[in-house]
Design a protein around this ligand. Structure first.
Ligand code: CTP
Length: 737
């Protein structure tokens, strides 16, 4: 493959010479750099579908054998050029001996590089490059020769320009993009305009509006607009010119975020997004005061303009760099680089973007790629090492690195639900579908990572606005029908972020509550458990009761002041050290689910059992909650009993139940519990069954009873080990008497 390259910050001569080199042999790939000067960028933007240029991003795969370099002797390094040795240089600057000399090289001091390449085209019989191509090449010659006026201009430039005009180059079109010297009239008008110039800040864009009465001047003013735009470099320039029939409007933009073409179409005109003109007709213009007419025109333009300025998505690159921990950030850059090489748009999506925008800490990343996640993963391991675990059926891959870090790569997908509450059917798709399949608008934000798009926010569902307004909003009416777990998620985000349910979303929640009955116990339990990870679990519980979700699980699941107080005490109590005395205690489980147990255990044991069965709770958790429920019901009445009775009562419960109970109960129950944990439950007589055998006690229930009574005596009275035998003998004697 052969390619044509030119210098960075390409101008018309660079693009014109690349185009001419391509016309000489269309098998070559004409590549322009991404950085272009403003005039060229505007032209390419307006005619991109009719121009043959590539950028490095979309140069076809394959080995590059030869590179043609035009209008420069310096090219930027690129990995695809590493093995290339065959360079041909076509330049009009003095020979700098950078590339090896060879016969095909040309260093020809014409005014523009395009000129001598056009000369080669002139030798090709029957070539008709067409209006756009010839105009671009003509602009190359015009720009580098100051419209054929610089001292460096050669007769050959003028001849090449003439040939291009003969072949159809459009001077009107050219004038829109290449700076023209101004006439005296234009100069005078320009000065008037500068005096009336005002700068406005509209939707983050810097807009200059200038007006003048040019009825006595009557010249062509697009060159003036061009000149003013280059002098002041605003995002948008609008000239209002009072002419015989009304106000002529000339607009120039230096950004694609303003669409002057569309705006002028609403004002009796038209044009391109960056260069357009229109007209406000004024009756009786001959008697109207120009000042009044221009004032009205300015008002009309100011009113109309915001409709044609694109809401520029925020650039989150700064936030990414500041808020993402360095190690993860460097992974993200690796992903971005590989995705760019593969020409695959890649994004971080969902909760992480929401949290970035809210300046909350960010932890997990969902990396979504438009295309095959496995392919991206393979590129990553080929460049940075590590291992790839793929799940082709789910369109996901996990990149595992040597330092134990890993990153999930997900192919953008669409989802369809065959029936309410069923798990979705997934298909590979684009980012748009991937965002539209999601639950709430605030979770549909994406930040693009590859190449020049790094940090650009993609907001297809109004997520940013809802984030600013503090609203939880579903994307469509069926959201909760498709997936009723979203009901619980809506509450979680609402409570976590202090947001409100958007009114239509609230209506859907109320109408679609019964979807919960179609959910499996595990799915509901999973959602309820997630509340325990929130800062205030009890607010979530209260809300699911208030919204009626809880009643769909079990009609007895209520909420009241007392339950709330218990949950708050559970959350706020710092456990004492004495808990280390309980063995076999699953602290992680209590931490994960204890808040939920506190709520569920407020109900009678039968209800707890029914709820546990509905939610298909693991047996261990069911026992813990049932235990808690019994403690609540029975323990307060026990506290005046003998310590041994209390001990035997408490020993029936899982230690996790006791621990949770201790976190929300108050004195005197708490004090008794502490005595049990610290002292009573550890008290064992030193006398054993063997000792009793020696004393003539027969094995069996009698011996067991005796040992229990001995233990009770040890707990309730202060019997010392050496007194135990005496106590037994006395007991046996008394028994015999
Ligand atoms: N999602 C969804 N419907 C669900 C579950 C998840 O649409 N029932 C989407 C959401 O867009 C969400 C993304 O999948 O942002 C990832 O899900 P998850 O990790 O649960 O959500 P996060 O927003 O990251 O929540 P958290 O901050 O609690 O981790």
């Amino acid at each position: 493959m052969e390619i044509i390259l030119t210098h960075e910050q390409a101008d018309f001569d660079a693009a014109g010479s690349v185009l001419a080199a391509w016309l000489l042999d269309p098998a070559r790939i004409p590549v322009l750099p991404k950085r272009r000067n403003r005039n060229l960028a505007a032209f390419i933007d307006d005619y991109k579908t009719r121009l043959p240029f590539f950028t490095w991003n979309n140069v076809p795969k394959g080995k590059i054998h030869r590179v043609y370099i035009t209008d420069t002797q310096k090219i930027e390094p690129h990995s695809r050029l590493d093995d290339v040795r065959d360079y041909v240089v076509w330049d009009h600057h003095p020979h700098r001996h950078v590339f090896p000399d060879r016969e095909e090289n040309i260093y020809d001091p014409t005014g523009a590089c395009t000129t001598f390449l056009v000369e080669k085209l002139m030798e090709k019989p029957g070539l008709h490059p067409g209006r756009i191509f010839t105009t671009l090449m003509l602009m190359g010659i015009y720009e580098d020769t100051g419209s054929l006026s610089y001292g460096s201009t050669t007769p050959r430039d003028i001849r090449a320009a003439a040939w291009l005009v003969e072949k159809g180059a459009d001077l009107d079109l050219m004038r829109r993009y290449v700076l023209q010297p101004m006439t005296d009239n234009q100069q005078a008008g320009c000065e008037r305009l500068i005096q009336t110039m005002e700068t406005y800040e509209i939707m983050g864009k810097n807009i200059i509006i200038a007006s003048a009465d040019i009825r006595t001047i009557g010249d062509e003013f697009s060159a003036v607009a061009h000149q003013l735009r280059d002098m002041f470099n605003p995002d948008g320039l609008i000239l209002l010119l009072a002419v015989r029939t009304g106000v002529r409007i000339i607009c120039r933009a230096t950004t694609d975020d303003i669409d002057f073409g569309a705006m002028m179409r609403t004002m009796n005109g038209g044009g391109h997004s960056r260069a357009a003109s229109g007209m406000i007709q004024v009756e009786y213009m001959e008697i109207a005061e120009a000042e009044d007419v221009l004032y009205d025109a300015r008002e009309a333009v100011l009113e109309n303009l915001p409709n044609f300025i694109k809401n520029q998505p925020p650039d989150l690159s700064g936030k990414l760099n500041e808020q993402i921990p360095a190690e993860q950030l460097s992974l993200i850059h690796n992903v971005a680089d590989c995705a760019e090489q593969l020409d695959m748009p890649v994004y971080i999506v969902g909760g992480v973007v929401r949290d970035l925008l809210l300046s909350h800490p960010v932890m997990d990343f969902d990396i979504v790629v438009e295309g095959d996640a496995t392919r991206l993963g393979q590129q990553l391991i080929s460049q940075y090492g590590g291992k790839l675990v793929t799940h082709p059926q789910f369109f996901t891959a996990k990149w595992q690195m040597k330092n134990d870090m890993s990153l999930d790569l997900i192919s953008a997908r669409s989802e369809t639900y065959s029936s309410p509450a069923a798990l979705p059917t997934v298909e590979m798709s684009d980012i748009e579908a991937d965002l539209h399949r999601r639950d709430f608008s605030i979770n549909t934000l994406a930040v693009r990572l590859d190449g020049e798009y790094y940090g650009k926010l993609l907001d297809l569902c109004g997520g940013l606005q809802d984030l600013q307004d503090g609203l939880i909003r579903t994307l469509h009416n069926r959201s909760f029908i498709d997936d009723p777990t979203r009901l619980f998620r809506a509450v979680r985000f609402e409570q976590r972020l202090g947001f409100e349910m958007e009114s239509d979303t609230l209506r859907q929640i109320r109408e679609q509550l019964n979807g919960i009955t179609g959910l499996t116990g595990q799915r509901i339990w999973h959602e309820l458990r997630l509340y325990c990870d929130e800062e205030y679990p009890e607010k979530n519980f209260a809300r699911v009761v208030q919204l009626g979700f809880a009643a769909q699980i079990h009609e007895a699941l209520v909420w009241n002041e007392q339950i709330e107080q218990d949950c708050i005490r559970f959350r706020e109590t710092v456990p004492g050290k004495f808990w280390q005395n309980l063995s076999g205690f699953d602290f992680d489980l209590v931490e994960a689910d204890g808040a939920l147990w506190t709520w569920l255990s407020t109900f009678p044991i039968n209800t707890v059992t029914q709820i546990s069965e509905r939610l298909l709770l693991p047996k261990k958790e069911q026992h813990c909650i049932e235990g808690l429920s019994m403690l609540r019901a029975e323990f307060p009445d026990m506290i005046r009993n003998a310590p041994s009775e209390i001990t035997y009562f408490l020993e029936r419960f899982p230690s996790e139940s006791l621990y949770c109970y201790a976190l929300f109960c108050t004195e005197p129950e708490l004090d008794i519990l502490k005595q049990f944990v610290n002292t009573w439950h550890r008290i064992r007589p030193s006398v054993t069954g063997n000792d009793l055998l020696d004393m003539g006690v027969q094995p069996g229930p009698e011996m067991k009873n005796l040992l229990t009574m001995l233990r009770s005596a040890c707990i309730d009275t202060d019997i010392q080990p050496e007194e135990e035998i005496e106590w037994i003998e006395m007991f046996l004697k008394r028994g015999l008497d």
